[in-house]
Design a protein around this ligand. Structure first.
Ligand code: GLU
Length: 289
């Protein structure tokens, strides 16, 4: 049976883009008599707010969505993510990274004389790997000194251990990719999986929860297409089953810019207050009313 999910982060009010993502996941499950889940991705406790979570429930109910209870709230499951992290650590695919944002920017600027050494990812320059080969001695000294550190995934080493990986794209990626995709694990570089102030990163929590909740089909915006490569690698490392992916187009405003949480005019709350009906919303985002 198909299981889909909508997994918003309660860092603002939902807008038309979210309505499209939520309805796509819901209708995909409905069309195939499957299950639809809602998950609250609130691991970033500094940015997530309870009132936005309440607004998410209100907006989605108003749109006509029905989901299974109880809703999984990631902030209640940090120990799950710690366990996953421990497994990865035991595989030797994590390393401690002491770099601050500034260290990374400086390192990249310093390499600009040799730009071929700075790898570009779809979201900007990749982490240059400064801490990847720190000696155990240096690492221990810096930890003992109380320096803050993050845990990064050594994607090169991790991918070597899994061998070639693929995933099925039933929707489309940013370049129109469709069908069987070969994982390019290094496309986002050595991603951070945990930090002191945030003990689990988005990639780690999402992969853990999709597996735990038995999600079989992941519908989400094509802006997360590259994240799928890393997440597929994490699934393979952690022995999780493989969902299929259906990345969808991103809604844009009249100027072609994608909606953001700052666009107050297109929040569902605002549109509703101005008299829009759920069918108006569906028509506006190009879904059957
Ligand atoms: N929580 C993520 C977001 O709000 C979406 C995660 C996902 O669909 O994988 O962007």
């Amino acid at each position: 049976m198909i299981v889909t999910r909508f997994a918003p982060s309660p860092t603002g009010l939902l807008h038309l883009g979210h309505a499209f993502a939520a309805l796509t996941a819901f209708q995909t499950a409905r069309e195939k008599s499957g299950r639809f889940l809602l998950r609250i991705e609130d691991i970033d406790v500094t940015r997530c707010r309870r009132e936005f979570e309440t607004a998410i429930y209100e907006d989605l109910r108003w749109l006509g969505l029905v989901w299974e209870e109880p809703v999984r709230r990631q902030s209640a499951h940090f120990t799950d993510y710690e366990n996953a992290l421990r497994k990865l650590d035991a595989m030797g695919v994590l390393y401690t990274c002491f770099c601050t944002r500034k260290d990374i920017a400086d390192e990249i600027a310093g390499a600009s004389a040799a730009p071929h050494l700075t790898l570009q990812g779809p979201e900007g320059p990749l982490y240059p790997g400064t801490c990847r080969n720190l000696s155990a001695e240096e690492r221990n000294i810096r930890m003992a000194r109380g320096e803050r550190y993050a845990l990064r995934l050594d994607v090169g080493r991790a991918h070597e251990s899994t061998g070639i990986l693929t995933f099925v794209e039933e929707g489309r990626g940013p370049e129109g990719e469709h069908g069987l995709q070969t994982v390019e694990a290094t496309c986002l570089g050595d991603v951070v999986l945990a930090r002191k102030e945030m003990p689990a990163s988005y990639h780690l929590a999402v992969v853990n929860d999709d597996a735990l909740q038995g999600v079989t089909c992941i519908t989400r915006g094509e802006d997360l297409f590259h994240a799928t490569h890393v997440q597929r690698l994490l699934q393979a490392l952690l022995g999780f089953p493989q969902p299929v992916y259906a990345h969808h187009r991103l809604l844009t405003d009249e100027t072609g810019k994608k909606f953001s949480k700052r666009d107050k005019a297109v929040t569902l709350a605002k549109l509703r207050a101005n008299g829009a009906t759920p069918n108006d919303i569906k028509r506006r985002i190009g879904l059957a009313a």
